[in-house]
Design a protein. Sequence first.
Length: 163
Amino acid sequence: MTGAGQDLETADREIVISRVIAAPRELVFEAFTEVRHLSRWWGPEGFSTTTRAFEFRVGGVWDFVMHGPDGTDYPEWITWTEIVPSERIALLHGEHRDDPNAFASTLAFEPDGTATRIVMRTVFPTRQLRDEAVEKYHAIEGGEQTLGNLAAYVAELTQKERP
């Protein structure tokens, strides 16, 4: 799903996914930036995550393995490139440090009434890598499912906070 705010220079190399999550943006941001939360919801439906290292700071890394429902393990490596608390995160995501096929993602956390609109914009190095991610790895559906898992997880957290 692509939409407003696309850069014409990168439009053929990007994926933009957004979702409104019924929670304050500080909580949504926290769920996206603390490993104790991430490991509970990260990834498409049926996947689980094992974190090997996590340091949420510019230049820090999240080294983890996503376990697919079929038993396949996918090594993953994220380096945080920009952090604006409660507002924005930018990162580089690949299979390992110095992955030449790594892609850049920016996540914006925007107030939407009492909810939060999260907009995830991912730009791949080439159109071919974007197309492969969409066709072979179902990146659009996977991204939508991941944000759906985040919404469900945050809903659980807000239910627990209520008396």
